[in-house]
Design a protein around this ligand. Structure first.
Ligand SMILES: [Zn+2]
Ligand SMILES: [Zn+2]
Length: 258
């Protein structure tokens, strides 16, 4: 497909944001407040993207068979519940400061592993959305990008809480970026594969929406709600929803619609 270079550029940008997040945690350049606001903005944007863009698009792809994409959506959601909270003993988004939890039974490494799978699907979401529809691709790219910096921050702080060096913290952020790129690449490689005479994207779009829903509603929103000063942060979630709408208007104005 002609837009593969653009999709790869999306993946590289998202991966770079992961690494930047890792750099920021080691150098302590980003305040907790700024991080929380970014998480809140990303959560709102992602929720709006899932409910208003990806789910309707998936249901439309499956015309008359609305249950099938919904099953894939639920599957994507449960997949991340499994990796982040069934296999991993201790996982939450945002800065890791619970050293006692991280020092126990290689919790940090399992946590990094869970985040690798989640990041892989971030890449899958960006690529599959772009293949289905250009405008959807831009919106999902922005939705994912907004949480990539906090994600790099999260993974690097997990390593630091486990008393590992800042070099391995940065390496972990780099690995998360690579996993994102792997997701993008795999979708591009298998874009012409059909399963039961339907393009792979029919299945992968709702599956990745389930993952994105999990990240927004069950990774990011709990971080937003966790600490004091919640009113401003909570309003930023709504700002994230508004930002999706504004971005869409901008794309229409630039004739990047459908
Ligand atoms: Zn913790
Ligand atoms: Zn992510």
């Amino acid at each position: 497909m002609g837009n593969s270079p653009l999709i790869i550029l999306y993946g590289l940008t998202a991966a770079a944001a992961n690494v930047l997040g890792g750099l920021l945690v080691s150098s302590r350049r980003l305040g907790q407040t700024a991080l929380r606001y970014l998480i809140a903005l990303g959560a709102g944007f992602m929720l709006a993207a899932v409910f208003l863009k990806i789910i309707p698009e998936s249901v439309e792809l499956w015309r008359g068979e609305a249950l099938t994409p919904m099953l894939w959506l639920l599957g994507g959601y449960l997949l991340i519940q499994f990796f982040e909270h069934t296999i991993a003993p201790h996982f939450h988004f945002g800065e890791e400061t619970h050293e006692e939890a991280m020092l126990a039974q290689h919790a940090a490494l399992v946590g990094v592993g869970a985040l690798l799978i989640h990041a892989f699907f971030d890449g899958v979401s960006i690529a599959v959305a772009s293949l289905v529809n250009t405008q959807l691709g831009v919106l999902i790219f922005i939705a994912i990008l907004l949480h990539k910096l906090p994600e790099g921050f999260t993974v690097a702080s997990m390593m630091l809480a486990a008393k590992r060096s800042s070099r391995s913290a940065l390496l972990a952020a780099f690995a998360i970026g690579l996993a994102t790129l792997a997701g993008v690449t795999l979708v591009l490689l298998f874009q012409n594969v059909a399963v039961y005479s339907r393009p792979l994207s029919y299945y992968v779009l709702p599956l990745s929406a389930g993952v994105t829903l999990y990240v927004a509603a069950s990774d990011l929103i709990p971080e937003v709600n966790k600490r004091e000063g919640g009113i401003v942060t909570s309003f930023i979630v709504f700002a994230g929803v508004a930002l999706l709408y504004l971005t869409e208007l901008l794309l229409e104005a630039l004739h990047l619609g459908h």
